[in-house]
Design a protein around this ligand. Sequence first.
Ligand SMILES: [Zn+2]
Length: 164
Amino acid sequence: MHRRTVLKAGALLGLGILTNAVKIQPVQAKEPGKMFEITKTDAEWQALLTPAQYRVLRKDGTEPPFQNQYYASTAKGVYHCAGCDLPLFSSDAKYESGTGWPSFWQPISESAVGRKSDWSLLGKRTEVHCSRCGGHQGHVFPDGPKPTGLRYCINSAALHFKPA
Ligand SMILES: [Zn+2]
């Protein structure tokens, strides 16, 4: 009886591992863009975006600090994704971080942005992207102001500002 229970538990455990393996597969797929509501081919994105937008949004590029459109902007309004126009950040959560990139202490809603671990540069950072088209926005760091303590460090080229 005891042995049978153990075997059954083992079988369930094996099944659990198998289910997990199947579940995580899409994350490791070569084309993560397929998981998003808005998907386009690389050629379509290149035709739609400026070279600077394409480099940031589709190639995870980073624009130079202090040489981008919105870092010093204090205008009231909403920053939309430059790839698909989804509202991502409000000027109400924008602050002067001194980094030379537009910085926000929260996205316009929790569902607007997705996050993933990024090991590309000296240790772990958390990458931030548009939840609708997967376009790379920037990174989020734990050194922001209250109330969240977060700093969403975003590329101007990934944003399109609409005044209130
Ligand atoms: Zn988008």
